[in-house]
Design a protein. Sequence first.
Length: 197
Amino acid sequence: MTHSEQPAPRPDFRAKPTLDGELVVLRPVTGADVPALLPMLRDAEVAWLTGSHDEGEFEEARARAWYETREDQDDRLDLAVVERATGRCIGEAVLNEWDAENESCGFRIGFVPGAFGRGLGTEATRLIVGYGFERLGLHRISLEVFPHNPRARRVYEKAGFVAEGVLRESLYWEGARVDTVLMSILAPEWARHHGQP
């Protein structure tokens, strides 16, 4: 950094926004959302698609304790995804792994079984990624996706994420080794297309 450059202001992760879309509303997640989210946390297919070895082990009390602390976090943003038509909490969208020096975050999103294929994930992704760039001042948002989850990859591509590399055989799952695809989106890219590449 040259002497003339000032460090970017710290993103305000303590502010937990409500983000309104046509299909979904993203709002701060709470412990009260746990009963709605447990099917996602316990589902075998969701575990396979996300590479989560914790599938089936989520106790409601432990999950509630985790989600009740999300509003106090100053280095990540956990939002519930609520389907506007029904008012049901159908998943979560998260900016995490904040890297202050490099102005970047990780991203993940997850839905309960049955909430796929209606454009909800694409809109939720655009809402939280837009917030990350436009309100938090991030430069880079990245994610990891598995080749056996093409539906998720299409969602990410529709929002402007670009594949940038492969972590070879990074997941060990039921006797098989699986690659992980790295994807990212940068602030200048978002400024050009606003999640509509």
